[in-house]
Design a protein around this ligand. Structure first.
Ligand code: GAP
Length: 489
C-alpha cells in the first residue's frame, strides 16, 4: 500500500502500467517533460476536455468556441509582452551545471522544511520569496537562497551563479527559405492559447453578432521551455490549455472576476470532488497584463498546487494588438449608460480570463480517483487498486463480460455491446476469471461491469457490478442503457 510520500510515484506507475500515460519517445530513453497519452489516457483526457467545452459553450448562451492555429504572426508575441516579459528568474549551480527556476528551488526547500515539521519557517520563507519576486529583487532572492543554505539537489553544493532572466518561448523558422540569421522567418510556438482568442475577438464578435458581455473559449496545445520541468504531467514543455476570455464593459471587472472565481470553483465541485481539495490563492505579484489574479489550487499528492488561473486582464491585450496591428479593436455598445442617458459607445473591452491546464486537470482527477483498498478478511489477504473517476469522465463506462466462452453467452454479451456502444464507451472481454476481469476494470476506473451468465439465457437478466461499492444486482438487459446513461450525464 502506498503511503503519502510514495502515492505520487504509485500513480505515475499505474498510469504507465494501465495505458494512461507513457513517457514520450520511450524507446529512445524519453524526452524530458513530454508525455504521450495511451489508449485509456486519451479517452479520459477527451472526456475532461468535452466536459469543460460543453460547460462553457452549451451551458452559457453567450460563450462560443474557436480553434485557432498554433503558429501566429510573430508580432503577436511582441504585442502581448511575451517576447520581453515571459521570463523566469533562473539560477545555475556551478558544480552540477543544472539550471533552476528560483521560485521552484525555494519552494522545493520550503517543502523539505514542511516535511521536517518546520511549517512556520517554510511559510515565512515563501512569503519573503513572494515579496522579493514582486519587486524583481534578484540580489535579495540570491541572498535568501544563501542565507537558507539552499543546496542543488544534484551536486549538493550551494555554489550558485547570479540570478538571470530566461525567456520560456520555443521558436522555430517559418517557410522554405530558412535562414537562422533571418529574424523575419522566426515564429514562436504559442506559450498560451489566449492570444488566438484576442486576435479573433472582432471576427467572432461581428460574425456571431455577439453582445458584451460574451466569452470565447478554446482548447489547444501550448508550449513552454520550462527549465525545471518535473513532477510528471504537472509541468510539461508541451501541454494543453482550456482557456476562456470573457469580454466585458470597462469598470465591471471586479464583479465579473468574482463571478468567474465562483463559477469555476462550482465547475470543479460539480465533478463530485470534495470542496476541501480546492483553495484559492490570490497573487501578490501580478502578471504584466493583470489588475487582479488568483489560482484555484488543488491538493495533489505533492501538496496544494496551481490547477487553474483566473485573471482580470484589463484591456491590455486588445489595446496592445490595436497599437501593434494598427487595426481598431473597439466594440460599439449601444446599450444606454444610466449615468448619462446615452449609449456607452465605443470602447476596448476589458477581459476576465479563466485558464486551466487540461493535463493538470487530468492529474487532479487521477490523483483524486486513485485508491488502494485493503479487502483482506481473516481468511484471506486481498487488496485492489481502483480509480474512482466521476462516471462521466471514466474512459470505459460499461464492461460486458460473458461468464464463459460457450453456451451462447458470448453471443448475448455481443448483443448488449451492439446495443450500447453507440451511446457510450463499452469494453468487451471474455478472457480470464470473472474476478480478474473485475479487478482489471477497477484499475481502469470502469464504473459498471455486467456479467452474462446461464440465468441470462432463461430470463434476460444480467448481474451489474458497481465499481466503488462492488455491490452486484440483477437487472433486466433492457434496463442497462438507462442505468449507465443516468450515471454519466
Ligand atoms: N493565458 C494565461 C495563462 O497561460 P498560466 O497561469 O501561465 O496563465 C494557465 O497558465 C494554466 O495552464 C495553469 O494554471 C496550468 O494549469 C496550465 N499550465 C501552465 N504551464 C504549464 C505547464 N508547463 N505544464 C502543464 N500545465 C501548465
Amino acid at each position: 500500500m502506498a503511503n503519502d510520500s510514495n502515492r505520487f510515484q504509485a500513480i505515475i506507475s499505474h498510469c504507465k502500467e494501465y495505458g494512461f500515460i507513457f513517457p514520450s519517445s520511450e524507446i529512445y530513453d524519453g524526452l524530458q517533460a513530454v508525455y504521450d497519452y495511451g489508449q485509456w489516457g486519451s479517452e479520459l483526457k477527451r472526456n475532461i476536455r468535452d466536459y469543460w467545452w460543453n460547460s462553457m459553450t452549451r451551458m452559457h448562451e453567450n460563450i462560443v468556441g474557436i480553434d485557432a492555429a498554433i503558429f501566429m504572426h510573430p508580432t503577436i508575441w511582441k504585442a502581448s509582452g511575451h517576447v520581453d516579459n515571459f521570463n523566469d528568474p533562473m539560477i545555475d549551480n556551478k558544480d552540477s551545471k543544472k539550471r533552476y527556476r528560483v521560485d521552484h528551488l525555494i519552494e522545493g526547500y520550503a517543502e523539505e522544511l514542511v516535511s521536517g515539521g518546520r511549517d512556520s519557517e517554510a511559510a515565512a520563507l515563501v512569503k519573503s520569496m513572494e515579496t522579493l519576486l514582486a519587486s524583481d529583487d534578484f540580489g535579495g532572492l540570491k541572498k535568501l537562497i544563501e542565507d537558507h543554505k539552499i543546496k542543488c539537489p544534484i551536486s549538493g553544493t550551494s555554489n550558485w551563479t547570479d540570478i538571470r532572466q530566461f525567456n520560456l518561448m520555443f521558436s522555430t523558422e517559418f517557410g522554405s527559405t530558412v535562414s537562422t540569421e533571418d529574424e523575419d522567418n522566426k515564429v514562436y510556438l504559442r506559450p498560451e492559447t489566449a492570444q488566438g482568442i484576442f486576435v479573433n475577438f472582432l471576427n467572432v464578435q461581428k460574425t456571431g453578432r455577439m453582445k458584451i458581455p460574451f466569452g470565447i473559449a478554446q482548447v489547444g496545445k501550448a508550449f513552454r521551455n520550462e527549465i525545471v520541468a518535473r513532477q510528471f504531467i504537472f509541468r510539461m514543455r508541451e501541454f494543453e490549455q482550456m482557456e476562456m476570455q470573457f469580454f466585458i464593459r470597462p469598470g465591471t471587472q471586479q464583479e465579473w472576476y468574482a463571478y468567474w472565481k465562483n463559477e469555476r470553483l462550482q465547475w470543479h465541485k460539480s465533478l463530485g470532488i470534495p470542496a476541501e481539495k480546492f483553495r484559492f490563492h490570490d497573487h501578490v505579484k501580478l502578471a504584466h497584463y493583470a489588475d487582479a489574479a488568483c489560482d484555484i489550487e488543488f491538493e495533489f499528492p505533492i501538496g496544494f498546487k496551481e490547477l487553474e488561473g483566473i485573471h482580470s486582464r484589463t484591456d491590455f491585450d486588445l489595446r496592445q494588438h490595436q497599437e501593434f496591428s494598427k487595426k481598431k479593436m473597439q466594440y460599439f455598445d449601444n446599450d444606454t449608460d444610466p449615468s448619462t442617458g446615452k449609449p456607452y459607445g465605443n470602447y476596448i473591452p476589458y477581459v476576465i480570463e479563466t485558464s486551466i491546464g487540461l493535463d493538470r486537470m487530468f492529474l487532479a482527477v487521477m490523483s483524486y480517483a486513485y485508491t488502494e483498498e485493503d479487502l483482506s478478511t481473516p481468511e484471506k489477504k486481498d487488496d485492489r487498486v481502483v480509480l474512482k473517476f466521476p462516471a462521466r469522465l471514466a474512459p470505459v463506462k460499461l464492461a460486458i463480460l460473458p461468464l464463459t466462452k460457450k453456451d451462447g453467452l458470448p453471443e448475448i454479451a455481443r448483443g448488449i455491446l451492439e446495443d450500447c456502444r453507440s451511446s457510450f464507451y463499452c469494453f468487451y472481454e471474455e478472457k480470464d476469471t470473472i474476478g480478474k476481469r473485475y479487478r482489471r476494470m477497477d484499475a481502469l476506473g470502469t464504473p459498471f461491469c455486467v456479467t452474462v451468465d446461464h440465468q441470462t439465457r432463461e430470463d434476460n437478466t444480467v448481474t451489474i457490478r458497481h465499481r466503488d461499492s462492488m455491490e452486484q444486482e440483477r437487472v433486466s438487459i433492457d434496463q442497462l442503457k438507462a442505468i449507465v446513461t443516468k450515471a454519466i450525464i
